[in-house]
Design a protein around this ligand. Structure first.
Ligand code: ZN
Length: 390
């Protein structure tokens, strides 16, 4: 079956049909705002739309969308097309004004390979008033060959001055069981593994597919190892807990090294196409991508920890049929029997707070230490020496 770019928009049929017909009817506007909860596939849809917009066969390709297999499509699909740019906030919790000025300056340059330039801006809800002010004029009247795709959680979370200049495209929340079904369809993995992958990736279909397809099943093995260790967490001494946290952090460093190699290879592939100033920008972007990867990996660790603890909680609540990590059922049932649901719930909330700290440059090791010690404490039940009063 021929796959066009829009077939890559999974779980969002309305969005897919809307964007496909906008392209075939040649009704492309210069700015879109994709809104939807995390895990609703906005980023992936933005890259798919970008691919359709830059494919030289355009609306005349098969099935009225982009062709999916020319050089432009292939680069866009691998997210290395020089005319498809992706930005995320560089500040701890917001876009920096300088970053927006860089984007604005870049917009006025001609495209490198395609007829259009596409700018994907993640977390448009993190654009504050001063960043927005630096952006408004360009967002309102960009050069005719530029398309902006802004991503945000809700329309209301984005400044009205920004939202009112964009065509809103709402994404729906995809329930986990449906998301797992889509993952299963796209990877051939069975239902249980697909559900586990969705859990480990905090509901994101795209990341769950990557989780399953990763070379050598690296992620799948990583999850299994982590789960096996968690089965022993209640009996670990302090040193073993610290060691587990350290192993997780080292895993992130290994992953980042891997990603660094592939980013450098991509830069080489495009180097002859770019001016020196653009190469500097790409190098800066790569650096940001590395820190994004680290944070993604750490969040994945925490997602796996949380998923395990939720299963333990299901056992404690007398609903073991809700266990998601089926392959560790026996251990989870052993650990969860007789624990207090309220205490587990409180631990889960504290974990979420600690996880939030990961995004604010707190040392990941400190965060994971805190999370694992909290987990062990609640697993050991009342009467543990470090018992806090709840
Ligand atoms: Zn193409």
């Amino acid at each position: 079956m021929i796959q066009d770019a829009f077939d890559g928009i999974l779980g969002q049929p309305q969005v897919r049909d809307y964007l496909r017909s906008a392209l075939t009817a040649d009704r492309i506007t210069h700015a879109y705002l994709f809104t939807g909860p995390s895990g609703s596939n906005k980023t992936q849809a933005a890259f798919a739309f970008a691919q359709a917009l830059i494919c030289p066969k355009g609306a005349k390709g098969p099935r009225g969308g982009a062709c999916g297999d020319c050089n432009g499509c292939s680069r866009a699909k691998r997210r290395v097309h020089p005319d498809v740019r992706f930005y995320a906030p560089e500040g701890a919790s917001a876009y920096l004004v300088e970053q927006i000025r860089d984007i604005v300056a870049d917009v006025s340059l001609a495209p490198i390979q395609a007829k259009r330039k596409i700018y994907i801006l993640d977390r448009a809800d993190l654009m504050n008033v001063s960043a927005a002010n630096a952006f408004l004029k360009t967002l309102e009247e960009p050069p005719p060959n530029v398309v902006f795709i802004l991503l945000g959680r809700t329309r209301e979370s984005v400044l009205p001055t920004i939202a009112s200049r964009c065509q809103t495209v709402p994404f729906r929340h995809i329930p986990p069981t449906e998301a797992a079904g889509i993952v299963s369809q796209n990877t051939g993995a069975d239902a249980a593994l697909s559900r586990v992958a969705i859990e480990a990736c905090s509901g994101s279909i795209t990341r769950a597919i990557g989780f399953i397809r990763e070379k050598g099943n690296a992620r799948i093995h990583f999850r299994q190892e982590l789960m096996a260790r968690l089965s022993r967490l209640d009996r670990m001494d302090d040193w073993q807990v610290l060691q587990l946290a350290r192993t997780l952090v080292e895993g992130s460093k290994a992953l980042v090294d891997q990603v660094r190699v592939s980013l450098e290879a991509e830069l080489e592939e495009n180097r002859d196409l770019f001016e020196r100033s653009v190469i500097r920008q790409i190098e800066a972007r790569n650096k940001r991508q590395l820190s994004l990867k680290t944070s993604e990996y750490l969040h994945q660790c925490v997602a796996i920890l949380k998923s395990w603890l939720r299963d333990v909680m299901a056992v404690a609540a007398g609903t073991p049929e809700l266990i998601i990590n089926e392959d560790f059922r026996a251990d989870i049932v052993r650990v969860g029997g007789g624990l207090s649901v309220a205490r587990l719930g409180a631990a889960l909330r504290r974990m979420e707070e600690a996880e939030g700290a990961l995004d604010y440059n707190v040392s990941p090791e400190t965060c994971l230490d805190a999370i694992l010690f909290q987990m062990r404490e609640v697993l050991n039940g009342p009467g543990h020496p470090c018992e806090p009063s709840l």
